[in-house]
Design a protein around this ligand. Structure first.
Ligand code: 0RA
Length: 655
């Protein structure tokens, strides 16, 4: 219907050339939505909200707004309200319509009316609210400005009337209420945790802005909707403490620094903990640059240089037996690098790598200067960190030896595949699947039930190593982990970068974790996921990691059988098989483990690509995922219990 509407409006003679251009713009967005918002699935759906919130954040960064309210309504429509200046509603002489209408209908019109501040936020795709408008069946803008309340409504981006005054008010600000178009998006149900994680992140990245998120789909007995407020006075400093809340810090304070030069704002905060992970999260204009870039390079360079020269000057490296390198200075670090750059260049596979070469030196300058000062002022803390660096260098040498031993063995030993692997016959990685199966017995059933042409089975015995708590060399001594490396054909460490993953010889493009649907099974799934997250993150980022979902129930009567994956489908299956009112005539079997299924059942429900459901593991929010893994697999038990009680499994990892 939408394209038809646009066609009709275009035919309408009263519409001028400007309007047709506008309509063509909106039409382009509707024809190729993925080009503008990334995709038309869950990610794109949530991206609409970020796009609208970004405008309010910009208004706040320009110093005109303090509070932002995001509401998920019962019908999964969204409102974003701010207390900024309000989008101007006066007529725009050249365009022949209000500024409000231009902002909401012209692609990239966002910054047009406000020349004195550059738009910092702007979203990953930087497309503006007009895209959100084009992709919404309904959008209403309400502006509170100069004592008056104005509104204008749209349908798939087309104005339903010109902006009109609807009353008086003592408020100031803008409210955008929109409902995503279900003929465009494959999913139209919002995930609260996903939105909340992003709002929390924005609150930390932009200190002093209060962001409240309310979920009207989730009300208590009194009818009060679930709501959270995110506000950070300390900004990045508090963000680091939040990320490390379940880790053990080795120095008391978070090290913090900021500076502005050539219109670029640099903010860095870091802390050292007793883990072995390097945990650097970087942002450019509030966008998470997961591929890093010049800002991260600048940080690393300054960190290594300043610590090295301080330690050398204080004669702390005198007993060192191995050579020390940059990564040793980053073991156990949790760090946030946030820069605001007027004209960012994004590079890399997912356009999340900062390319501006001048930013390297700017960040290195700010970090170098502050860190030198910090080390002089805090020699005790500085020594604790340098001791950790020395330990890291020593451990790295041990890990390299262990790794080389494993990797040489597997190369020298002919095909070098693990004895426990039942490989598939096809050799094209894109077509091949590897199932990592909990236990030898389920592994045996899977081996019988699979399609051996393209499905390989690797049974894992017992619990695999908790990599969150293990030193790196332990990882290469662990049988199950060694088997995963060799089965996959993946090695670690390339010339000049010991941490890099070499996946040129990866043998499967679907790696499927298959565990029992019980507490132990979900724990093992988490252990395996933690391993991939810490040591083979690239496989997750490429979308190669999946979780199998075996059924929970078999509903049976005579020769009629139906599987069910949750309570709702179990009840439906019982009704269907037994007929209304005869529900007690059926037999319901609850599957506690994979072992209770025979090969044929396993194929039908869990292995067969035609009938199974796989959950793809994605990283919605890198900072949150890191925090969740450290909490789930770390030492501190109370927060873990709280997490498990209040969240669905991996809720924020969005599997
Ligand atoms: C352009 C000019 C002015 C405000 C805004 C844009 C504005 C846009 C959005 C989007 C969401 N919230 C917003 N708040 C403000 C104001 C120019 C002026 O008053 O001088």
């Amino acid at each position: 219907m939408s394209e038809e509407v646009i066609e009709n409006v275009k035919k309408n003679a009263t519409y001028g050339a400007d309007n047709i251009t506008v309509l063509e713009g909106l039409e382009a967005v509707r024809k190729r939505p993925a080009m503008y918002i990334g995709d038309i699935n869950v990610r794109g759906l949530h991206h609409l909200v970020y796009e609208v919130v970004d405008n309010s954040i910009d208004e706040a960064l320009a110093g005109h707004c303090k509070n932002i309210f995001v509401t998920i309504h019962e019908d999964n429509s969204i409102s974003v309200l701010d207390d900024g200046r309000g989008i101007p509603v006066d007529m725009h002489p050249k365009e022949g319509r209000s500024a409000l209408e231009v902002v909401l209908t012209v692609l990239h019109a966002g910054g047009k009316f406000d020349k004195d501040s550059y738009k910092v936020s702007g979203g990953l795709h930087g497309v503006g609210v007009s895209c959100v408008n084009a992709l919404s069946t309904y959008l209403k803008a309400t502006v509170y400005r100069d004592g008056k309340e104005y509104q204008q409504e749209f349908s798939i981006g087309i104005p339903q009337y010109s902006v009109k005054e609807v009353g008086t008010t003592d408020k100031r600000g803008t409210k955008i209420h929109f409902k995503p178009d279900d003929s465009i998006f494959t999913v139209t149900v919002y995930n609260y945790e996903t939105l909340a994680a992003r709002m929390r992140e924005l609150a930390y990245l932009n200190r002093g802005i209060s962001i409240t998120i309310t979920d009207e789909r989730n009300k208590d007995e009194q009818g009060v909707a679930f709501s959270e407020n995110f506000y950070s006075e300390g900004g990045l400093r508090e963000f680091v403490s939040y990320l490390d809340k379940t880790r053990q810090a080795i120095i008391p304070e978070v090290i913090y620094m900021e500076g502005v030069k050539d219109n670029v704002t640099v903010e860095v905060a870091f802390q050292y903990n007793d883990s072995y992970n390097e945990n650097i999260h970087s942002y450019v204009n509030n966008i998470n640059t997961i591929e890093g870039g010049t800002h991260v390079v600048g940080f690393r360079r300054a960190l290594t240089r300043v610590f090295k020269s301080w330690a050398t000057k204080n004669d702390l490296f005198k007993n060192l037996k191995t050579e020390i390198n940059g990564e040793d200075f980053r073991e156990g670090i949790t760090c946030l690098v946030s820069v605001k750059v007027p004209e960012p260049l994004f590079e890399g596979q997912t356009k999340t790598k900062l390319g501006n070469s001048e930013v390297d030196a700017l960040v290195a300058g700010v970090v170098g200067e502050h860190l030198e000062y910090f080390l002089e002022e805090h020699p005790k803390e500085a020594k604790i960190i340098v001791n950790k660096v020395i330990l890291a260098a020593t451990a790295r040498a041990a890990a390299r030896k262990a790794r080389e031993l494993v990797q040489r063995k597997s190369v020298l030993g002919g095909a070098g595949l693990p004895g426990k692997l039942s490989d598939c016959s096809d050799k094209n990685p894109a077509a091949c699947e590897l199932f990592l199966v909990e236990g030898d017995s389920a592994g045996g059933t899977a081996k019988q039930g699979r399609n051996r042409a393209f499905q390989a089975i690797l049974p894992l015995r017992g619990k695999i190593l908790n990599v969150e708590k293990a030193m790196e060399h332990k990882i290469y001594e662990n049988e199950e982990i060694k088997n995963i490396f060799t089965a996959l054909g993946v090695t670690k460490g390339v010339e000049g970068d010991e941490k890099a993953l070499n996946i040129a010889k990866l043998r499967y493009h679907k790696i499927i974790i298959m565990c029992d649907a019980d507490v132990d099974g979900s724990h093992i799934t988490t252990l395996i996921l933690t391993f991939f997250f810490r040591h083979m993150k690239e496989l997750i980022e490429r979308g190669y990691i999946y979780i199998a979902s075996p059924p929970l129930y078999l509903v049976k009567k005579g020769n009629k059988e139906k599987y069910a994956w949750d309570d709702a489908s179990r009840i439906a299956a019982i009704k269907e098989i037994a007929g209304e009112g005869k529900e007690d005539s059926v037999h319901v079997q609850r599957y506690k483990g994979l072992g209770e299924m025979n090969a044929e059942q396993l194929w039908e429900t869990t292995l067969n690509p035609e009938t199974r459901t796989l959950k793809q593991v994605t990283i919605e929010n890198a900072a949150d995922a890191d925090q969740i893994f450290s909490m789930l697999m770390g030492d501190e038990v109370p927060p873990r219990r709280e997490f498990i009680e209040t969240h669905a499994k991996y809720a924020r990892i969005d599997v």
